[in-house]
Design a protein around this ligand. Structure first.
Ligand SMILES: [Zn+2]
Length: 444
């Protein structure tokens, strides 16, 4: 076996490095494209540029500006009364999970059902569909944070990178690290082996370090930690070990944390982002601002919760009022903490945490509903755009390649109708999507 490897390896390497991947060839080599639209928001500044032109060559942006001269040999895509934006970045996805949302109190049972009945291979194929829906909605990059079986997210990421199927760039977490029980709630001893199909259980600081190394070996390019699990929590010692081990190799850590204790553990240990944080005290927000820890507010509007709860059926007045009693305080509290976080200067990156089947939207469309929740909390359309582009890229450590429309960056470009600074819902209606110089969708 070893001898065979010695003979074959140089030939194999030659093959790998000599042939361009299919995704590279998708953006036709040597051709120049000029994209023209009434407006452009580059994600860097706050201004809206009018009479916008972006020149793209192969997979990269070569120039961006107002009224730029278009070279004679360039193919022109004229999008008319639209606004060009950097492709959206969803910093919190679960592309390999789709749950029924009509009974949220049974979510851990629904998760058990998925893990016990759907193989990782099947879930990766689901991810192929959901990833395409994300991309067509204008989400050109995602950070997929677990609930993807055993490394199904890595398989999907690599398949997309190989050009086998269309989908967003994926930063993959592999299995999330968690204390005993993951997020399943208490299980019988006989049922507990199922936990490792979805989470990696950590038992102390050394075990936490081992789990990070295993995730990296499995192909992770970020680490997800469930700080408050169900039933057990990750300790400060374990969290510090995880962050240290990941940061040593330049990999970032996303911490699922809700409540005073868990958010404090995540912030003190120096996680790169805190997910959800529906309940978080001011002094933890202050620590987040000081350490530049991103808040990823995975929020919803009352409309989202209503659609999720009832699907397409019309609820009775009593059902509707019960639903409102259940979710209204949650929605209001989330709004309040986003408001406080912004006031205190906590950096915000957009993340949908969409994992439910929604009655009116596909996964991509449903993932953009989070913008409406941000708008309800008082974020301006420009702030929302930056949270979903530049800030997301910074959180993912990819700002040198994506997140703004600048010369030298990858041509991840979308266009929405009209002016989204006047109507935030325009962001949910991308008509044009380009990823790495390849046109994915052009409805004009
Ligand atoms: Zn999540």
């Amino acid at each position: 076996m070893r001898t065979l490897m010695k003979i074959c390896l140089p030939a194999l390497l030659l093959l790998i490095f000599a042939s361009p991947t299919r995704s590279q060839s998708a953006a036709a080599q040597g051709t120049r494209t000029a994209i023209r639209a009434a407006r452009l928001i580059d994600g860097k500044g706050e201004t809206v540029v009018s009479n916008a032109v972006i020149l793209v060559e192969n997979d990269k942006i070569v120039s961006v500006g107002s009224g730029l001269a278009i070279p004679g040999d360039a193919k022109v895509i004229d999008l008319g009364d639209a606004t060009l934006l950097p492709g959206f970045i969803d910093a919190h996805t679960h592309l390999l999970s789709e749950m029924d949302g009509t009974n949220l109190t049974l979510q851990d049972v629904e998760m058990l059902r998925i893990v016990a009945t759907q193989s990782t291979a099947l879930r990766a194929l689901l991810g192929a569909r959901l990833g395409r829906e994300d991309l067509e909605a204008g989400i050109t990059t995602v950070r997929d944070l677990g609930n993807s079986g055993v490394n199904g997210d890595v398989a999907l990421r690599d398949a997309i990178n190989n050009g086998w199927l269309p989908g967003p760039r994926i930063v993959a977490a592999t299995r999330a690290l968690a204390a005993q029980g993951g997020q399943f709630g208490p299980l019988t001893p006989q049922a507990q082996p199922i936990i490792e199909q979805e989470y990696v259980t950590i038992r102390g600081a050394e075990s936490a370090r081992q789990a990070v190394r295993q995730a990296l070996y499995d192909g992770a390019n970020c680490i997800k930690v469930i700080v408050n699990g169900s039933p057990a929590n990750v300790t400060l010692d374990e969290m510090k070990a995880i962050v240290d081990e990941a940061h040593t190799v330049g990999v970032k850590v996303a911490a699922h944390a809700i409540g005073e204790k868990a958010t404090r553990v995540a912030a003190e240990a120096g996680a790169d982002s805190i997910e959800h944080a529906y309940i978080v005290p001011d002094d933890v927000l202050k620590m987040m601002a000081e350490k530049h820890i991103f808040l990823v507010p995975t929020d919803g509007t009352m409309q989202t919760f209503e659609d999720m709860s009832f699907g397409t059926r019309q609820p009775s007045a009593e059902e509707k009022s019960r639903m409102e009693k259940q979710f209204q305080p949650f929605v209001e509290r989330s709004r309040d903490r986003l408001h406080r976080a912004r006031k205190m200067g906590v950096p915000i990156a957009s993340g949908s945490d969409m994992y439910l089947s929604m009655p009116k939207q596909n996964r991509g469309q449903a993932s953009l509903l989070v913008f409406e929740a941000y708008a309800e909390a008082g974020m301006t359309p420009m702030e929302i755009i930056q949270a979903a582009t530049r800030n997301g890229a910074q959180l993912l450590g990819m700002l040198d390649r994506i997140g703004t429309l600048e010369a030298g960056k990858l041509a991840d470009i979308i266009a929405v109708p009209g002016d989204p600074t006047k109507d935030v819902k325009a962001l949910e209606r991308a008509r044009f999507v380009m990823k790495g110089g390849a046109v994915i969708k052009n409805e004009k």
